[in-house]
Design a protein around this ligand. Structure first.
Ligand code: ADP
Ligand code: ZN
Ligand code: ZN
Length: 723
C-alpha cells in the first residue's frame, strides 16, 4: 500500500504530493500525521490519500518512518476544504493544512494533560488506627466520590495517599483531564421570542445562505442560541464565529450558561494547553459548538447543522497575513458540504452581502426594531468647522462638553470614541474641510512621512505635499490624528474630579486588562470611558447615556473604497452603546464634513438609504462588488531580485490585455505603500478586473507568477488594507 503525503515545510518546491510506502504492520489512515525520510532529513507530513498503486517507480519510493499521533488529525471534509482553498486563494497545501490543527500540536509543544484520581477500593475491609488521622480523613473524603491527586495532595499531603494504596484501601487511576478556559456561567436567562425572531427561526432551515439584518439590540444573539439549540436536538453540530474584539466574557458566558460543556471556545486569549484541549473536545465530539474568531471556521466538527457568522461585515474575517483567505467563502463551502444553513448576521451588513441579498443570492431576513422596544438614541451632528469659526479650536465642541457636564451631574456614564484604524493619515484643511484626493481614483491620498509625499494607494500616483489649501488658500492644512491619550489628558483638564478610563491597544495588552477596565467602568459613576474600536462592540452598560465621537472623519478619509461603509458601520455600532436600558441616550458626532452622506444616513439609522447611495457610487466608480481588485504582492530580501521578478511578471500579465481587452480595467506595477517589512522589500501589481472574466484572468496571472518565481507569491482579492 502507498500513501500520498504533503510535507509540512515552507519551501515552495516541496508543495506537492509525495508518495511513500506504508510499512506492512502500520495501521495508517488518511489525515494522520507521519514522519517520513526526505533526502537526508526526516520531515513531518500529512497523509492525504492511501492507495494500492503508486504513480512513480515503486523501487525508488521510501517507507514512512512512523505515525506522529495515533489518530487522524485531519478529517475527510478538511481535505476537501484544502483543495477548495488552494484553488480559490492560490495557497500552498501545507500552509492550509496547518490551519486545521492547533499550532502547538505541530510543534510538539503541547500534549494531553494526565491527572491521577483516587477512589476507595471495592470490598476492602478498612482498618486504620486512630493515630493515622490524615489517612482517616482521606477515606472520609473519598466516601463522597473520587478525588484528584493534586486536590488530595494539597490538602493532606502525599504520604497518606501512598500508605493507603499500599494497604489496598484506595486505588488510583491515571486519566486525561481537559484544560478548559474559565468562564463565569450565569443563570440562563430565557426570553419569550417576539414575532420577528420566531419568523427568523422558522425560515432559517434550508441549505442556503441567509442574511439577518437586525438593528443593534434586536435580539440576534437570542436567535443564534435558539437555532443552535435546535441543531443539537437534531444530533448535529454548530459553528459560531464572532469578531475577536467581541469575544467578550459576556457573550461567552451567555453561551456557556445555556449550552454548558457543549461549547468549546477558540480565541487568542487561551493558553496553548487550553486551545489544544478545546480543539480536542471538538475533535472527539465531546463539545459540539465551536465559538471563536475567524480561525474557528476550521473547527474539527463533522455533521454541521448550522454555521453562523455574527457581525458579518467585520474586516477581521479576512485573513490579511499568510495564509490569506476570506472566511465567508470557506463558511459557504462548509455549509454546502454539510447541506446546512449559513447565517450571516449584522446591524450593518457589508455592501457586498447586502447586494447579494438584493440579487436573491442570499435570503434576507430583517429585524427592524430593538427587542426591548426602545428606539435608537438620537444623533446630533456637530459641525467642527463652525466651532473653529466661532473660535473654538479644541478637540471638543461646546456641545460635547455641555453634554458631558450634564452626564457627570446626573452621576451617569459616557463613552468617548476615537476611531484610529490603521496608521495612514490624510491631509485636511482645517478651515474649509478640503481633503486631498487622487484625480484617478477618488480616494483620499495618504501622507508618507519618509519621502514627504502624498500617494494614492490604488494607482500609485504621487503628489506633492500641499502647503496651502487649493480650495480656500488657507495655510492651516494638516495631517495626522489625535490619539486617545491626548483626549484623556484634555478631559482631565476640563473635569479634574471625574474618573476617566482609557481602553485601547496600549492599555489592554496584558491578560484580563480588558475585563478589569470594563469592570471598573461598570462600578464607577460618574465615569467617562475613552477608547478605540474596542469600546464599540458588545458591551451592555445600562448607565451610558452619552456617546461622543470625537472625529467621525478619521475613518471617512481612509484611503480605500470601503471608507464610507466602515464609517457608517462604526457610527451605528458606537451609537448602539447609548441608552440600552431605562435611561435615555444621546450621541454627539463631531465632524468637519457635516454634509457628507454617511453622516446623514448614519444619524437617521438609515441603512437602506446608505446602501442605495453607496452601491451607486461603487457602480459609477467601478469598485467592488462590480469589479474585482487584485493585488499580487512580491517580497524578498533582495531588492533587485523582486524588482526583476516584478518586471517579468508585469510584462507577461500586460500581454493578457491583448486577449482580454477592457476586461482588465486597470493594471500597474509599483512599490507597496509599506516598502519594506520584516527586512523584505515589497512590490506589487495592482489590477482591477471586470467580473465576467475575473476568475480566468486571475488564474492566468497565478500561473504566470507561479512559474516565474521560486518563492511563493501572494494574491489578495479586494484587500481590506493596502499597506
Ligand atoms: P443583538 O445581538 O441583535 O444586538 P441581543 O440578542 O444581544 O441583540 O439582544 C439585546 C437585548 O435584548 C438582550 O439583553 C436580550 O436579552 C434582550 N432580548 C432579546 N430578545 C428578546 C425578547 N424576545 N424579549 C425581551 N428581551 C429580549
Ligand atoms: Zn489613484
Ligand atoms: Zn481650505
Amino acid at each position: 500500500m502507498f500513501a500520498e503525503v504533503i510535507i509540512d515545510q515552507d519551501a515552495k518546491a516541496l508543495d506537492k504530493v509525495f508518495e511513500y510506502i506504508i510499512p506492512q504492520d502500520m495501521d495508517l489512515q488518511v489525515g494522520m500525521r507521519v514522519l517520513v525520510p526526505f533526502g537526508k532529513r526526516q520531515l513531518q507530513g500529512f497523509v492525504i490519500k492511501i492507495k494500492d498503486n503508486c504513480d512513480y517507480d515503486s523501487e525508488k519510493l521510501k517507507k514512512i518512518i512512523e505515525k506522529i499521533e495515533d489518530f487522524a488529525a485531519i478529517k475527510g471534509e478538511m481535505l476537501e476544504i484544502m483543495n477548495f482553498m488552494a484553488k480559490k486563494f492560490h495557497l500552498k497545501l501545507a500552509s492550509i493544512l496547518r490551519l486545521f490543527i492547533p499550532a502547538e500540536m505541530r510543534e510538539g509543544k503541547v500534549k494531553e494533560l494526565f491527572e491521577t484520581y483516587y477512589c476507595l477500593s471495592k470490598n476492602a475491609q478498612i482498618n486504620i488506627s486512630k493515630s493515622a488521622k490524615r489517612q482517616l480523613e482521606v477515606i472520609e473524603e473519598l466516601k463522597n466520590g473520587e478525588k484528584s491527586s493534586s486536590y488530595l495532595g494539597d490538602k493532606y499531603g502525599y504520604a497518606p495517599l501512598k500508605a493507603l494504596v499500599e494497604k489496598g484501601y484506595i486505588e488510583k487511576e491515571k486519566r486525561e483531564t481537559k484544560r478548559t478556559p474559565f468562564v463565569i456561567a450565569q443563570n440562563d436567562k430565557r426570553v419569550n421570542l417576539n414575532e420577528g425572531q420566531l419568523d427568523a427561526l422558522r425560515r432559517i432551515k434550508e441549505d442556503k445562505t441567509y442574511l439577518l439584518h437586525g438593528v443593534t439590540g434586536s435580539g440576534k444573539t437570542e436567535i443564534y442560541m435558539n437555532l443552535i439549540e435546535k441543531v443539537l436536538q437534531n444530533d448535529k453540530n454548530a459553528i459560531l464565529l464572532v469578531p475577536e474584539i467581541s469575544l467578550t466574557p459576556q457573550i461567552m458566558s451567555n453561551f456557556k450558561s445555556r449550552f454548558g460543556d457543549n461549547v468549546a471556545l477558540l480565541h487568542s486569549g487561551l493558553s496553548a494547553g487550553e486551545r489544544f484541549d478545546e480543539w480536542k473536545r471538538l475533535f472527539s465530539g465531546e463539545a459540539r459548538i465551536a465559538i471563536g474568531a475567524r480561525s474557528a471556521i476550521f473547527a474539527p466538527l463533522e455533521n454541521l447543522g448550522i454555521i453562523i457568522i455574527d457581525e458579518e461585515h467585520e474586516g477581521s474575517y479576512i485573513s490579511e497575513s499568510n495564509p490569506r483567505y476570506d472566511t465567508h467563502s470557506i463558511a459557504q463551502f462548509r455549509a454546502r458540504f454539510n447541506k446546512c444553513p449559513l447565517l450571516l448576521g449584522s446591524a450593518t451588513p457589508s455592501i457586498e452581502s447586502y447586494q447579494k441579498a438584493k440579487n436573491g443570492e442570499y435570503e434576507l431576513i430583517e429585524l427592524p426594531v430593538r427587542a426591548n422596544g426602545k428606539s435608537m438614541p438620537p444623533v446630533q451632528i456637530v459641525d467642527m468647522m463652525e466651532e473653529l469659526r466661532r473660535g473654538n479650536s479644541s478637540i471638543f465642541s461646546n456641545q460635547l462638553i455641555a453634554d458631558l457636564a450634564n452626564v457627570i451631574n446626573n452621576k451617569k456614564q459616557a463613552m468617548i470614541f476615537m476611531n484610529r484604524r490603521g496608521f495612514s493619515s490624510f491631509m485636511r484643511c482645517r478651515e474649509c474641510g478640503f481633503v486631498a484626493k487622487c484625480i484617478n481614483c477618488d480616494v483620499s491620498l495618504v501622507y508618507h512621512k519618509e519621502d514627504n509625499r502624498l500617494k494614492c494607494h490604488y494607482c500609485g500616483k504621487q503628489y506633492k505635499v500641499l502647503a496651502q489649501c487649493p480650495n480656500c488658500k488657507s495655510k492651516n492644512i494638516k495631517y495626522g490624528a489625535v490619539g486617545t491619550e491626548q483626549i484623556v489628558q484634555k478631559l482631565h483638564e476640563i473635569f479634574p474630579d471625574v474618573k476617566i478610563l482609557r481602553m485601547d491597544n496600549d492599555t489592554t495588552s496584558t491578560k484580563n486588562a480588558h475585563q478589569k477596565i470594563l469592570d471598573e467602568f461598570r462600578n464607577t459613576k460618574p465615569c467617562i470611558l475613552v477608547g478605540t474600536q474596542m469600546i464599540a462592540k458588545g458591551h451592555d452598560f445600562e448607565d451610558v447615556v452619552l456617546v461622543g465621537i470625537v472625529d467621525g472623519d478619521q475613518g471617512l478619509y481612509q484611503t480605500d473604497y470601503r471608507s464610507s461603509e466602515r464609517t457608517f458601520q462604526l457610527i451605528t455600532q458606537v451609537a448602539g452603546r447609548a441608552g440600552r436600558s431605562e435611561s435615555e441616550g444621546k450621541v454627539v458626532l463631531q465632524t468637519y464634513s457635516p454634509k457628507h452622506y454617511v453622516y446623514k444616513f448614519a444619524s437617521n439609522y438609515d441603512y437602506k438609504g446608505f446602501f442605495r447611495k453607496e452601491i451607486n457610487i461603487r457602480q459609477t466608480a467601478g469598485f467592488p462588488p462590480f469589479t474585482r481588485l487584485l493585488r499580487i504582492l512580491f517580497s524578498d530580501f533582495d531588492e533587485n531580485h523582486v524588482r526583476d521578478l516584478l518586471k517579468v511578471c508585469y510584462n507577461e500579465i500586460a500581454m493578457l490585455k491583448e486577449e482580454y481587452g477592457d476586461q482588465i480595467i486597470y493594471l500597474d506595477a509599483m512599490k507597496s505603500p509599506i516598502k519594506r517589512l520584516q527586512d523584505k522589500y515589497r512590490y506589487q501589481i495592482m489590477m482591477r478586473l471586470k467580473l465576467e472574466k475575473a476568475d480566468e484572468i486571475e488564474n492566468k496571472c497565478f500561473e504566470i507568477v507561479n512559474s516565474a518565481s521560486k518563492n511563493w507569491v501572494f494574491f489578495e482579492v479586494n484587500p481590506q488594507n493596502l499597506s
